[in-house]
Ligand binder design. Structure first.
Ligand code: AMP
Ligand code: ZN
Length: 123
């Protein structure tokens, strides 16, 4: 899509720090990280928002969700069981949708946020 910054990242027309790529997804480091680990997972296909997704996009949505724990683990954010049913470590997955959802870039993306706290603007 013309003038979409994330489509330009997919097309390698502007640089990004890619951490994962396959035929349907791209993941890269957020340029303004809110935490020590802050990744964005995007579909290569342009979708404005989560609410733009149609039934034919269920596969790519599932792949985005399935990729998050793999990337989190690769970046040291896997939750660690403590043996009492609780976990240390971990990460946050976040999809901002629309203006009231805080979305700034209108190409669907999932934030994966983790690492030692404090995190900027997030609890
Ligand atoms: P959102 O508010 O959910 O739309 O978040 C958009 C995110 O994209 C923000 O966290 C930005 O820091 C990030 N961002 C914007 N431009 C770039 C870029 N060129 N490379 C990496 N991350 C970006
Ligand atoms: Zn796009």
């Amino acid at each position: 899509m013309d003038n979409c910054i994330f489509c330009k990242i997919v097309a390698k027309q502007i640089p990004s720090s890619v951490v994962y790529e396959d035929e349907t997804l791209l993941a890269f480091k957020d340029i303004h990280p809110a935490a020590p680990v802050h990744l964005l997972i995007i579909p290569k296909v342009h979708l404005d928002t989560l609410s733009s997704a149609q039934p034919e996009h269920e596969g790519v949505l599932g792949k985005m969700l399935a990729l998050a724990p793999k990337l989190a683990a690769e970046h040291g954010c896997a939750p660690v069981p403590q043996g009492d049913g609780k976990y240390t470590g971990g990460y946050k997955t976040l999809i901002n949708t629309g203006a009231d959802g805080g979305q700034e870039v209108y190409h669907l993306h999932m934030h994966v946020i983790g690492g030692p706290k404090p995190w900027r603007g997030l609890s």
